[in-house]
Ligand binder design. Structure first.
Ligand SMILES: NC(=O)c1ccc[n+]([C@@H]2O[C@H](COP(=O)([O-])OP(=O)(O)OC[C@H]3O[C@@H](n4cnc5c(N)ncnc54)[C@H](OP(=O)(O)O)[C@@H]3O)[C@@H](O)[C@H]2O)c1
Length: 239
């Protein structure tokens, strides 16, 4: 009997890469989305609509769904975990963020609380650093002005294809609880990354700092995992 795999958030930035990786490996994953589409099972993790049906007959769930609001994320994760239990699934692989226990603000607090919720079932949690796509999206917005204000921070950006490969590897193994963190190949200054993103376009880059604990924790490198620079694809290689 073949293994049935569900990717929640399979239409998102990371989820699409996970689905592609699974297909390359010969699997035929179900994709949970709130919208109908080819190969989709329609469900909503916040309202609970369609979730039991989406998990029916599933062995492995790779949870790449996020609502971008901390407390909603916890609700969504709880809904998923309860349905996972009812359906008798075998392994829940959950994506989190490096530093959620060191940096405290709404979204990260929700991610940390979600990790706790996931621990109720056989699980593997993978914390990753910031995706290239996230930084490029932020830089694209910042570059709209002639002066580009860039936070005085460091990042260890990672390519979602690298994260997806690791998630699939973990998903096909036994649940191991918290996996070693997963970071991109290089720790870089945000200013340096912004310059690289501009690729020769002329902007005056002005670094800025913000007050507050969250920025300080970020500035202290709470978002980094230099000892796990496991991603292969650099920021420049992902254009
Ligand atoms: N972005 C980063 O730099 C980064 C770094 C480390 C870890 N992560 C984590 O990686 C995961 C994926 O992030 P991402 O950037 O790929 O997210 P994304 O592109 O914003 O995608 C979010 C996904 O969640 C689904 N979703 C949203 N609300 C839902 C709901 N109520 N019910 C069911 N599905 C819902 C969306 O599906 P539909 O819209 O199709 O319904 C979409 O596929 C998240 O857990 C995030 O915290 C992100």
């Amino acid at each position: 009997m073949s293994t049935s795999i569900l990717v929640t958030g399979g239409t998102g930035t990371l989820g699409r890469a996970v689905v592609a990786r699974l297909r390359e490996a010969g699997h035929d994953p179900r994709v949970m989305s709130r919208r109908p589409g080819p190969g989709h099972v329609v469900a909503d993790l916040v309202t609970g609509d369609g979730v039991d049906a989406a998990l029916d007959g599933v062995d492995i769930v790779i949870n790449c769904a996020t609502t971008l609001r901390g407390e909603r994320d916890v609700v969504a994760t709880r809904t998923l975990v309860e349905a996972f239990r009812r359906a008798g699934c075998r392994h829940l692989v959950h994506v989190s963020i490096v530093g959620v226990d060191r940096i405290h603000f709404g979204y990260y607090n929700g991610k940390l609380a979600s990790e706790e919720v996931v621990r109720a079932v056989p699980h593997t949690i993978l914390r990753a650093t910031q995706f290239h796509d996230l930084l490029r999206t932020i830089f694209a917005v910042l570059a709209k002005l002639p002066v580009m204000f860039v936070p005085r921070l460091r990042f260890q950006p990672v390519d979602v294809r690298d994260v997806a490969a690791r998630l699939v590897e973990l998903a096909l193994g036994d649940p191991i609880g918290r996996a070693p963190d997963f970071g991109g190949p290089e720790v870089r200054d945000a200013v340096d990354l912004a310059r690289s993103h501009l690729a020769g376009r002329r902007r005056l880059i002005v670094p800025f700092s913000l007050p507050g604990k969250a920025f300080r924790a970020y500035r202290a490198g709470g978002n980094l995992t230099p000892e796990h620079a496991d991603g292969k694809i650099t920021f420049e290689e992902d254009r």
